[in-house]
Design a protein around this ligand. Structure first.
Ligand code: SF4
Length: 189
């Protein structure tokens, strides 16, 4: 059996944690956080650890689907693109280009495809282009700039009492915060 391990990075969010992936005949079969990576040093969040579950999931979409008689059925790429193009032109014709809004997820926000999507929005004629940051990080950034004069970071290593609102950084954040939180707990915070 041909087995090899390759080094790469996770691109499901902007942190880009280092990964070591074991391949058997070119198929990824296991992964771990890269100890050598200067940022995550072996750590991975729940999403990163589950990356192969996403990759190999039988529920993962592998072709476009179209709804017919209330059910989603597979469709050829060429037909799906033609259908989408016709609908997009119809929407533009009926309601104007600004009736279209485009939203992209966190992972896409840090990949080159985002720039193609922006270009598409530009050519279509809509300014309504947004991503996950438009709903969370951008408002936080603006609020901190208006309140404190700049983007801040909590000083967890000098904190004894911490309120976390609307998040669970122990399982879903970049490596630094979970490590600081673990240290805070150990010193009785
Ligand atoms: S924090 Fe999680 S999702 Fe983001 S790059 Fe690291 S492992 Fe991937």
């Amino acid at each position: 059996m041909k087995t090899e391990t390759i080094s790469t990075i996770c691109r499901m969010c902007d942190h880009g944690c280092g990964l070591e992936i074991t391949l058997e005949h070119g198929r990824p079969v296991s992964l771990r956080g890269s100890q050598e990576h200067p940022f995550n040093k072996g750590w991975l969040c729940a999403k990163g650890r589950a990356a192969l579950d996403f990759l190999h999931s039988p529920q993962r979409l592998s072709s476009p689907l179209i709804r017919r008689n209330g059910k989603f059925v597979p469709i050829e790429w060429e037909d799906a693109l033609t259908y989408a193009a016709e609908k997009l032109l119809w929407v533009k014709d009926q309601f104007g280009p600004q009736s279209l809004a485009i939203y992209h997820g966190e992972g896409v926000g840090h990949q080159e495809i985002k720039y193609y999507m922006k270009r598409f929005a530009n050519v279509y004629g809509t300014p309504n282009f947004m991503g996950v940051g438009s709903f969370c990080n951008a408002s936080r950034t603006l609020a901190e700039i208006l309140t404190f004069g700049g983007l801040t970071k909590p000083d967890i290593s000098n904190t004894h009492f911490l309120i976390i609102w609307g998040g669970n950084p122990l399982v879903s954040h970049e490596p630094v915060t979970p490590k600081e939180l673990t240290r805070l707990r150990k010193r009785g915070g």
